[in-house]
Design a protein around this ligand. Sequence first.
Ligand SMILES: NC(=O)c1ccc[n+]([C@@H]2O[C@H](COP(=O)([O-])OP(=O)(O)OC[C@H]3O[C@@H](n4cnc5c(N)ncnc54)[C@H](OP(=O)(O)O)[C@@H]3O)[C@@H](O)[C@H]2O)c1
Length: 238
Amino acid sequence: MNKVIIIGASSGIGRELALLYAANNWLVGITGRRKELLQSLQQDFPENIMTECFDVTGDENIESIRNLTQQLGGLDLLIYNSGYCEPSEISEWEIDKNTILTNVTGFTEIVNFTFNYFVVEGKGHIAATSSLASIRGNSFAPAYSASKAYMSNYMEGLYIKAAKLKLPICLTDIQPGFVKTKMAKGNGQFWVAPVDKAAQQIYTGIKNKKRRIYITKRWWIIAKLLYCLPITLYKKIG
Ligand SMILES: NC(=O)c1ccc[n+]([C@@H]2O[C@H](COP(=O)([O-])OP(=O)(O)OC[C@H]3O[C@@H](n4cnc5c(N)ncnc54)[C@H](OP(=O)(O)O)[C@@H]3O)[C@@H](O)[C@H]2O)c1
């Protein structure tokens, strides 16, 4: 049986992915801070789902991943999906700090550890949910867009590192536009994807070992536009 760990699977996209992997007969390790949500998910697939409750901003990341890997009896795929986003009219350090601890520090510690684990194993796959917001700076949540840009850039770096090491370690950068979860905040949302459709497209993209996937697929058009838009125009919307 294939084995996956999903970091941040208690709600939203991660929860839906956990259900999808379990339904496709994977052994699934799920994590998050809300124990009762993890346990209720486990009850749906008691044979396939194992849980580990921890906060990615704390000191237990490596120990928890080790425990879960042991429970699963190995690891083929890790998906880093935990994320923090809090828009604010003014610049607030507490928001920026939480954003960095979750989306940068926790992400780097867990992905770095897993990459090295896969180097020893000689193979593996890491996916991470960044965001379309990674492409340009965003005035409503500057640390969020910057942290997601960091994630994307780090994943590309590891992609090249794996190639240089000549190891079959796959890296997938998942870039959603808007997905209907509590994370999707603010006005002016469009092309909002239902969470089950988003999870299905992520599942297929990972299965096909894609380097980058836009969720939903048509968001690649917005991605290309954002790359090209001059700052004089972008500052009206960013
Ligand atoms: N929804 C969108 O429109 C959208 C767009 C672009 C990117 N994304 C990205 O997609 C990912 C999933 O978000 P979602 O939309 O599914 O929202 P969500 O339902 O709020 O899910 C967020 C997940 O992250 C976990 N998490 C947050 N902080 C954590 C922490 N400190 N320690 C451990 N786990 C933590 C949460 O678990 P606990 O609260 O139980 O800890 C939860 O399982 C995020 O990385 C987000 O940035 C979402």
